[in-house]
Design a protein around this ligand. Structure first.
Ligand SMILES: Nc1nc2c(c(=O)[nH]1)N[C@H]1C(S)=C(S)[C@@H](COP(=O)(O)O)O[C@H]1N2
Ligand SMILES: [Mo]
Length: 553
């Protein structure tokens, strides 16, 4: 007789050789047990998504576990994921979580069959991780506990129900096998037992299919619900951006060269890189949005969206770059922003003289530490509401984000911003600074070749080499291009928009046939020449010269 710790399929017997029919049956049973685990987890997970959609949008188990992984990931892991998947990093993360969950579900199914109730223990352990993830999110409410707890209970119940079905469908065959061993001769299953087993088997398969199907449908329902109840989307669609009180400097016609393949001087919103820790884009309803300024200030200040829009808004063109941008990479973009100077709001709050940092916080709890002088000097550090003539896109921070010329995004460009805390670097630490990145992040002087493309084949003769160079808030004064180990040739610079934006450059090369390397180097407005010394993106931005290989025929 099988004890709970030696279930039917594990009954040791001479007939259990690895090639006999018993072994084949054992393998089949293992597969079915794994499928039962998957179906049970799908049912639990699907219902949790549905309930999350109904009562706790944003608390879906996949999203909260993903957010936890993102928060726990050290700098090297962030870098690795970005270098492997670029801005598809979030899709990669969701796929990764789904694969791990599927593997755990299969394991739970097999364990539950062989060593009950260990399968349910696996499910409870995974559920507790999801619960912890849900409750430790910024702004979590007690409702957020419901989806993971429900997922855990449903998955455990369905798993034990399916596993019992599987065991009864296997019992006659197992009993016959055991009997044959006891009797020392072949024994067969009685016809009645066999037909009962066949019926149980059909029931097992049907219940498994129904569990999985309910799970999938419920998950889809949850998705539809969250998509349908998004006040932020609706508000954004209805929102017309106010006209700027202070229009930005016009973009000079000479800021752009007409060179095919050269990055446009203004990056369209749809092509603007996106980097953040938010697995699902925060939906902030502008009618409830406020920004609070507190900390080391004489007056706490709080304004709502209508008050912000009523202030004289200014337009400015600023290039935004990510510290994770490797040499030659595309985590950089340039946009015309509409917003209100942060300096003016800070002036209302009256920061104390010994404050040296502003910790900005987003609705989803992310933080950035910005040196206070970057927000109080005369640069265009703004609370932005518009991007290239449109309301901020949801994924770029709707309704309000910060834009600060000269600093990498991770220490300045807080999206979905709701709070500014005036403080000191020796008192507060921002999100990425606790994960191996530097607490200050001025953008480093850099340049990139856009045309020809890496590994392009071009015709011998005149070849236009072109790209962009940037040193936000300092400006670019020269760009030089080197072919192989030859001399540095001065490139022609397009007109500057301002010191806060990137600048296009071009150089006409008399290309001889063969394989060549093209290298670019910029000089900033203070005479600093871009270093060729290689530095990794962590902790405070990559350095080195961008070079490309081309073959000239
Ligand atoms: N709330 C929030 N704001 C954030 C981030 C984030 O993770 N959360 N990432 C920052 C980083 S690292 C960068 S580079 C910029 C990118 O802004 P973009 O996605 O609009 O290009 O946003 C910054 N603002
Ligand atoms: Mo970034």
């Amino acid at each position: 007789m099988s004890s709970p710790l030696s279930p039917p399929s594990a009954s040791a017997s001479p007939g259990d050789s690895s090639s006999g029919p018993a072994a084949a049956r054992g393998r089949e049973t293992t597969w079915l047990a794994a499928v039962a685990g998957l179906a049970a987890v799908l049912a639990g997970f699907g219902l949790a998504e549905l309930v999350a959609g109904l009562i706790a949008p944003g608390a879906s188990p996949v999203l909260v576990v993903g957010a936890l992984l993102i928060d726990l990931a050290p700098a090297w892991a962030k870098e690795l994921v970005i270098s492997l998947f670029g801005t598809a990093d979030k899709v990669a993360l969701v796929v990764f979580i789904a694969l791990v969950a599927a593997a755990l579900a299969a394991l739970a199914g097999i364990l539950e069959y062989r060593r009950p109730p260990f399968g349910r223990y696996v499910i409870v352990a995974a559920g507790l991780v999801a619960l912890a993830a849900a409750l430790t999110r910024a702004g979590a409410s007690p409702f957020d506990a419901v989806p993971p707890v429900l997922a855990m209970l449903v998955a455990a119940l369905v798993l034990s129900m399916l596993t019992r079905r599987l065991q009864t469908s296997r019992a006659p065959a197992e009993a016959a096998a055991a009997a044959s061993v006891d009797a020392g001769r072949p024994a067969s299953v009685t016809p009645a037992a066999a037909s009962r087993a066949a019926l149980d088997r059909r029931k097992f398969l049907a219940y498994t299919g129904v569990s999985a199907g309910v799970g999938v449908l419920a998950a889809l329902g949850g998705q539809l619900l969250t998509a349908g109840s998004r006040a932020a989307d609706a508000a954004r669609a209805l929102f017309t951006l106010p006209a700027p009180t202070v229009p930005g400097a016009a973009i000079p016609a000479g800021a752009s060269f007409a060179v095919d393949g050269l990055t446009p001087i203004i990056t369209p919103n749809a092509e603007f890189y996106r980097i953040d820790t938010a697995l699902s884009v925060p939906r902030v309803d502008p009618s409830t949005w406020t920004l609070k300024i507190s900390g080391m200030v004489e007056n706490e200040v709080e304004i709502d969206f209508a008050e912000l829009l009523a202030l004289p808004l200014e337009e400015s063109t600023t290039t935004l770059a990510c510290v994770s941008n490797y040499v030659g990479g595309d985590l950089i973009g340039n946009a015309v922003w509409l917003g209100y100077p942060i300096r003016e709001l800070l002036a209302r709050a009256k920061p104390r003289a010994d404050a040296d940092m502003v910790l900005s916080r987003s609705q989803d709890g992310w933080t950035a530490s910005t040196p206070i002088e970057a927000l109080t000097d005369d640069r265009n550090s703004i609370l932005a509401v518009g991007m290239n003539g449109d309301p901020l896109p949801l994924e770029h921070g709707y309704p309000v984000r910060m834009v600060v010329p000269g600093l990498y995004g991770y220490v300045s460009a807080t999206k979905w911003v709701t709070e500014l805390v005036v403080t000191r670097f020796d008192q507060e630490t921002a999100y990425w600074s606790t994960r191996g990145w530097s607490e200050k992040g001025p953008v480093k002087l850099s340049s990139r070749v856009d045309v020809p493309r890496e590994n392009a084949t071009v015709d011998a003769g005149t070849v236009t080499v072109a790209g962009v160079a940037w040193s936000q808030h300092v400006g670019i004064s020269a760009v030089d291009v080197q072919v192989d180990d030859g001399d540095w040739n001065p490139a022609t610079l397009a007109d500057a928009i301002s010191v806060d934006t990137w600048r296009q450059w071009r150089w006409d090369w008399d290309a001889p046939s063969g394989s060549h390397t093209i290298r670019v180097r910029a000089t900033d407005a203070e005479g600093l020449v871009q270093t060729s010394k290689l530095a990794d993106v962590a902790p405070d931005g990559a350095t080195g010269l961008h070079e490309i290989s081309v073959s000239v025929s």
